[in-house]
Design a protein around this ligand. Structure first.
Ligand code: SAH
Length: 231
C-alpha cells in the first residue's frame, strides 16, 4: 500500500492565514489537467472520507481539505471513523495538517475573548441529539466558560440558534458580551458585539462564528477581552 492521504486545514478564508505547510496543497487544488476534484457536502463526510481512503489505497496521493482546522468539526474525524471501520486501510500513510480555526480568527478580530477558560460547541444537530446541545450550553454557562458556537444556523434546524439563545438567557447569561463574527478574514467580514439578551437569531448565518463571553469579559476601548484571572 503506497498511497498517502493528507488531511489539510485551509484556515478561515484569507490566503495569508494558510500555513506554509498547507500552501503547496492549496496551489494544487487549482484546476489543472489530471486533477479530479471530489466535491461533497458535509452530510456526506463519511462517504467522502471512505472514497478518499479508497483512492489513496489504490496508490493515489489524496488531499482532503476542510476550512479552518480539519480536526475542528470537520473531515479529520470522519477519516478516522472510516479507518476504524476498514482495517484493510490501516497501513495507509495519513497526515493531518492543522489550520487556523474560525474561533481563533474571530477572537483575534475582537481582541482576546478566549484569553481565559473557554469551550467550543457545534450547534449542528446532524450527528447528535438537540437535548445534548442544550445540556452542554447550560453546563458551559454554569462553569462560566467563554463559549465559541460553530454552525449557529444549521440548515436542517434553523430554529436551533434561537433556542440556544433562550437556553443561555435562562441560564443567566443575559449580560454577557456576545460577538457575532461573520465571514472572518474574507471580503464579507463583519464583527458585531452586544449583550446576549439583545442578540437576535437572524444575526447569525452559516458563515458566522459566535463567541459568548464569560461573566468577566469586558471592553477596553474598541476591544473585547477576557481577563486572565477568575475568582
Ligand atoms: N473546520 C472549521 C469549522 C467547520 S464548521 C474550522 O476549524 O473553522 C463550519 C462553521 O465554522 C461555520 O458555520 C461557522 O460557524 C464557522 N466558520 C468557518 N469559517 C468561518 C469564517 N471565515 N468566519 C466565521 N465563521 C466561520
Amino acid at each position: 500500500m503506497t498511497g498517502m492521504l493528507t488531511i489539510a486545514g485551509l484556515g478561515p478564508g484569507d490566503a495569508a492565514l494558510i500555513t506554509p505547510e498547507v500552501a503547496p496543497y492549496v496551489a494544487r487544488v487549482a484546476a489543472r489537467e489530471g486533477l479530479v476534484l471530489h466535491a461533497s457536502d458535509n452530510r456526506q463526510e463519511l462517504l467522502r472520507a471512505a472514497e478518499a481512503m479508497r483512492l489513496a489505497a489504490a496508490g493515489r496521493r489524496v488531499v482532503v481539505v476542510s476550512s479552518g482546522d480539519p480536526g475542528v468539526f470537520a473531515m479529520a474525524s470522519a477519516v478516522f471513523e472510516a479507518l476504524e471501520a476498514s482495517p484493510q486501510w490501516q497501513g495507509l500513510i495519513i497526515r493531518v495538517l492543522p489550520g487556523v480555526t474560525a474561533m481563533l480568527a474571530a477572537a483575534a478580530r475582537a481582541g482576546a475573548p478566549l484569553g481565559h477558560d473557554f469551550c467550543a460547541i457545534n450547534l449542528s444537530d446532524n450527528l447528535k441529539p438537540w437535548p445534548l446541545i442544550e445540556k452542554r450550553l447550560r453546563l458551559a454557562a454554569e462553569a462560566d466558560f467563554a463559549i465559541a458556537l460553530y454552525n449557529p444556523r444549521s440548515a436542517s434546524r434553523p430554529e436551533g440558534f434561537a433556542r440556544a439563545l433562550e437556553v443561555l438567557n435562562e441560564a443567566g447569561c443575559g449580560d454577557r458580551i456576545t460577538i457575532f463574527a461573520h465571514a472572518v478574514t474574507t471580503a464579507d467580514e463583519r464583527i458585531d458585539a452586544l449583550p446576549l439578551r439583545d442578540a437576535r437569531p437572524d444575526m447569525a448565518d452559516m458563515r458566522t462564528l459566535v463567541i459568548v463571553g464569560n461573566s468577566t469579559t469586558r471592553r477596553a476601548g474598541r476591544w473585547i477581552y477576557a481577563p486572565r484571572r477568575a475568582s
